[in-house]
Design a protein around this ligand. Structure first.
Ligand code: A3P
Length: 290
């Protein structure tokens, strides 16, 4: 059932922690007003967190500048070595409504989110740019294995032998569930094309009224340039033995179509072959250039 050993571990860790019972009571469960933010890694998670957080704060972006992103939207399945708190521990101490970040494929999302009918925001990014971004992320993230040569990483990604498994399973797994839950499914490319439109869509989904000036402020606050220089969004608060930003910055390029700078013609053909096998008429449609 699980694509990779890593995925199995993530699943087990999350389920076990969620369902551990102390004195007959579950010590962690989703709350009905939790907002679950799901993505495959490198799809614009940090970006959409900034948008959602800004909306939830009524467009008052100065309130988003006080705490790092990872504390405003704790990472559900994060389980770092002690003394660092796990995602679940951070979530437990967060007041409602909480933003919860996850990279879990839909079938591994803890059931209490579904039972509580929580709102979910999913962002998908085209596989080619996601793959390139993930490659550079592996280079700088000292908690992930060395990616090796690009050619090797390309194959690992296509065959789902990376953390959080297959991109194909991920984007289609969430897509299939979007009508069954309170879910807004967004695309990175649409966010790039027209951030004001996508922020407006998000605000409506979250039941928040933000006027035109507020939307403009949020567009500015969540622009690549501003987030790149914002220490509460660019992960510069993490030490170099976790994210070594001298190797590759977390806020790297933020573009659609960067894949063209690294894919060879043969790799593009191989990609298209694999893509057509996995994706069908009913799958989400992706743009690889704007
Ligand atoms: P690149 O590596 O292609 O630059 P995640 O937050 O899911 O890890 O995704 C990180 C990717 O989203 C990086 O892509 C990063 O630059 C990009 N990103 C983050 N904030 C962005 C923004 N405001 N506008 C465009 N891209 C952004």
């Amino acid at each position: 059932m699980y694509k990779t050993q890593r995925e199995t571990e993530i699943h087990k860790g999350c389920r076990v922690k969620e369902w551990i019972k102390e004195g007959g009571r579950c010590w962690w469960r989703a709350r009905s007003d939790d907002i679950l933010i799901g993505t495959y890694p490198k799809s614009g998670t940090t970006w959409v967190i900034e948008m959602v957080d800004g909306i939830m704060k009524g467009g008052n972006t100065s309130l988003c500048l006080q705490i790092p992103s990872m504390a405003r939207a704790p990472f559900l399945e994060l389980n770092p070595p002690k003394p660092f708190p796990s995602g679940l521990e951070m979530l437990q101490s967060l007041p409602s409504p909480r933003l919860v970040k996850t990279h879990l494929p839909f079938h591994l999302v803890p059931p209490s989110f579904l039972e509580q009918n929580c709102k979910m925001v999913y962002v998908a990014r085209n596989a080619k740019d996601t793959m390139v971004s993930y490659y550079h992320f592996h280079r700088m993230n000292k908690r992930l294995p060395e990616p090796g040569k690009w050619e090797q990483f390309f194959e690992n990604f296509l065959t789902g032998k990376v953390a959080w498994g297959s991109w194909f399973d991920h984007v289609t797994g969430w897509w299939k569930e979007k009508e069954n839950h309170q879910m807004l499914y967004l695309f990175y490319e649409d966010m790039k094309e027209n951030p004001a439109r996508e922020i407006t869509k998000l605000a409506k989904f979250l039941g928040k009224e933000i006027d035109k000036a507020g939307i403009d402020k949020l567009v500015d606050h969540t622009s690549f340039q501003n987030m790149r220089h914002n220490p509460m969004a660019n992960h510069s608060t993490l030490p170099a033995n976790i994210f070594d930003q001298s190797v590759s910055p977390f806020m790297r390029k933020g573009e659609v179509g960067d894949w063209k700078n690294i894919f060879t013609v043969a790799q593009n053909e191989r990609f298209e072959e694999e893509y057509n096998q996995w994706m069908s008429r009913l799958s989400p449609r992706f743009r690889t250039e704007l």
